[in-house]
Write a protein that binds this ligand. Structure first.
Ligand code: CP
Length: 333
């Protein structure tokens, strides 16, 4: 049995296969590939796109979605093994995952990090707990990576650019008033490098580097494809010649748990906003973002509303790529 927890577990050929399947679903949306199957979607955090696109996609494939919100509409869950459960959680992941596996054919899980200790967050205990104890495939709906978003971005880029090999992909950090998850940033460098792009990570300083686990994987993928992963703090050189600019804000890992000390640093870097002047340096570059996005904080109206913007296409593609993932996990390749 195979889960879909991170694209690091999938070869380039498998990712390309999922994207081809997604293109078929995009052309022909209604197919009974999940007829009479049930998919449990477990949300520990809010969502607009993930929740809606999974629900719609499951229905279009003839299946049924059950949405659970532990701590709200479902019991709070304990993930530590071997402890006396005398706190808030009413049941343990060992029962939750196995019981849901008796009801459902697939389980999706969204569980953001707690943002207090990265060493703790990077263990991804909630997702790993589901994966360890479930007896059906588990899909990552965003924890410390966001693999479904990766596929949606990849499909959007392929639709506009065709082959991605050698194209320059820039992931730029942008300002946001709060520190955000590194998941989409990790994912952006993973998928762009896996698909043969020349990847540049643009951020304000070394403190905003992503976890070495993802940088290292991206570096290896890029080199395996004859490309490279570069990191720069220089906005102009990063944008020059870019084919895709992908914007995301994230919190600096060394400041997890002491965000008041990070705030003055992020406040000094509002100029990382994606605007027309920066986009003019690119090679007619495309723009995208995973959404939700704060207009005129992360990206100007002029850029997000321009023909170069892929944000709505990428969001739509969530529907098609997730159908491909569910089809493969439920029915095989
Ligand atoms: N991009 C994304 O995952 O959107 P939601 O948080 O709305 O699901």
């Amino acid at each position: 049995m195979r889960h879909f927890l991170t694209t690091m577990d999938y070869t380039r050929a498998e990712i390309e296969g999922l994207l081809e399947r997604a293109q078929r679903f995009k052309r022909r949306p209604i197919e009974p590939r999940l007829k009479d199957r049930t998919i449990a979607l477990v949300f520990f955090n809010p969502s607009l796109r993930t929740r809606t696109s999974f629900d719609v996609g499951i229905r279009e494939l003839g299946g049924h979605a059950v949405v659970l919100e532990p701590g709200r509409s479902a019991w709070p869950i304990e993930f530590e093994e071997g402890i006396a459960m005398d706190g808030e959680p009413e049941e343990h992941i060992q029962e939750v995952a196995r019981v849901l596996s008796r009801y459902a054919d697939l389980i999706g899980v969204r569980a953001f990090p707690k943002f207090q200790r990265w060493e703790e967050d990077r263990q991804d205990k909630v997702l790993q707990g589901f994966a360890r104890h479930a007896t059906v495939p588990v899909i990552n709906l965003e924890t410390i990576t966001h693999p479904c978003q990766e596929l949606a971005l990849a499909l959007a880029m392929k639709e506009r650019l065709g082959r991605l090999d050698g194209k320059k992909f820039v992931l730029t950090w942008t300002y946001h008033p709060r520190p955000l998850n590194t998941a989409v940033a990790n994912s952006a460098v993973l998928i762009a490098s896996k698909l043969g792009m020349d990847v540049t990570l643009l951020c304000p300083s070394e403190e905003y580097h992503l976890d070495e686990r993802y940088l290292d994987a991206a570096r290896k993928s890029a080199e395996g494809n004859g490309q490279k992963l570069s990191i720069t703090y220089d906005i102009k050189s990063a944008y020059e010649g870019a084919h895709v600019v992908y914007a995301k804000s994230w919190g600096a890992i060394p400041y997890f748990g002491r965000w008041e000390q990070e705030k003055p640093i992020r406040d000094k870097n509002k100029h990382f906003i994606v605007d027309e002047q920066k986009m003019a340096l690119t090679a007619g570059g495309l723009f995208s973002h995973c959404l939700p996005v704060r207009r005129n904080v992360k990206v100007t109206d002029a850029v997000i509303d321009s023909p170069a913007s892929m944000v709505i296409d990428e969001a739509e593609n969530r529907l098609h790529v997730q159908k491909a993932v569910m089809d493969v996990l439920a029915n095989g390749w």
